[in-house]
Ligand binder design. Sequence first.
Ligand SMILES: NC(=O)c1ccc[n+]([C@@H]2O[C@H](COP(=O)([O-])OP(=O)(O)OC[C@H]3O[C@@H](n4cnc5c(N)ncnc54)[C@H](O)[C@@H]3O)[C@@H](O)[C@H]2O)c1
Length: 439
Amino acid sequence: MPEKENVTIAPAEGKLGVLIAGMGAVTTTFIAGVEAIKRNLAKPIGSVTQMATIRLGKRTDGRSPRIKDFVPLASLEDLVFGAWDIYPDNCYEAAEKAGVLEKSLLEQVREPLSALRPMTAVFDHEYVRRIDGPNKKPEASKMEHAEMLMDDIRGFRESTGAARLAMIWCGSTEVFHRPAAVHQTLADFESGLQKDDPEISPSQIYAYAALKMGVPYANGAPHLTTDTPALQQLARERQVPICGKDFKTGQTFMKTLIAPGLKSRMLGLHGWFSTNILGNRDGEVLDDPGSFKSKEETKMEALQQILQADLYPDLYKDFYHKVRINYYPPRGDAKEGWDNIDIFGWLGYPMQIKIDFLCRDSILAAPLVLDLVLFSDLAQRAGMRGIQEWLSFYFKAPMHAPELYPEHDIFIQLMKLKNTLRWMRGEDLITHLGLEYYD
Ligand SMILES: NC(=O)c1ccc[n+]([C@@H]2O[C@H](COP(=O)([O-])OP(=O)(O)OC[C@H]3O[C@@H](n4cnc5c(N)ncnc54)[C@H](O)[C@@H]3O)[C@@H](O)[C@H]2O)c1
């Protein structure tokens, strides 16, 4: 894409409808958080769209606006929410059950949260085995389910008066599947919907409904969804942005901070052992080997890609990598992630790094949901379609063009994100060369 070309971005006028599949810990923490921030009860910590600045021009220019003042994003006041879940609890009740936020905070946003009731879900027990609930659509073919979801989207748009929409998956992690024949072309996929092909998962039915309606779709979980040729074709045909997969929050966030650092100094790696204890519903779902397999795949990939063993066999050939997630109810959402990293330095001398990250899963994920819906909407108003690689920053297993390897290094991802914003506004891209200051 040529530098200095100005992209036309439609203004962010009217309300932005945020449609969320799954109203569990992450979703309720996100929505309650937005409502609390709107009331000045808290600040949007962790959100790049709300807090980060972007340097423009030379370092001597002194221009560093906030991102939200630099590109036209929907404001928090203009967000309206809709969600689907298999449990009928309203958003306040679901937030209480998720147990992430304190009751005193929830009480202050009780009114908007209680008013948000989940729409009936498209659910398949074969894809999420550990849970089930009553708030589901009646039995029908997968195509009929897609049409029901499209009706939900239309109804939501009408009842809220939303000018634009964005959808994000914050539902449970589905069982691991590889792309199948039915995912190869849009025609195959649509015939598979008619024929109830077992390889089509509920999340793909939501994504299909969104894309058909021209609604951007982001995938916060590790399963495939739009990471298939058929749905990517639909996204391109309908001029809709898509992105995924799997929010990069706790342990993988740490990995993508540390691994680029080790590689930058040419320090070697013998092994990386990661284990987690987690007691929320997500942890319960991930206790199922099928769902864990989806997570394991996205968690393993980042280190391999960052360390590039093919380029650095002396440092990274055959390092041992193990990832464990243990469901441990007493911890609830307050996850603990341990890493033991066996590294080696000059002359091959061994050293160790230990990390004990006492994190809060949904507290880390909620600002990512906010950024992703705002940026997906921006991308659509800027006429961008298909895979949004510049949003890799947010994902454990970033979607990418088939001929490319994914970029996992968080510092490169951030540069890519900010340069994309500069490109959108016709500003010079920043290479960090800096020779001009010493002429
Ligand atoms: N919190 C994090 O840090 C983090 C990081 C990466 C990925 N994720 C992923 O985000 C997702 C949400 O996490 P969470 O902690 O909120 O989980 P959660 O279990 O609290 O919430 C998920 C909700 O999705 C609902 N659901 C399941 N299948 C559905 C369907 N077909 N339609 C509608 N609703 C459905 C469940 O009933 C549940 O309420 C999970 O897939 C998780 O793996 C979370």
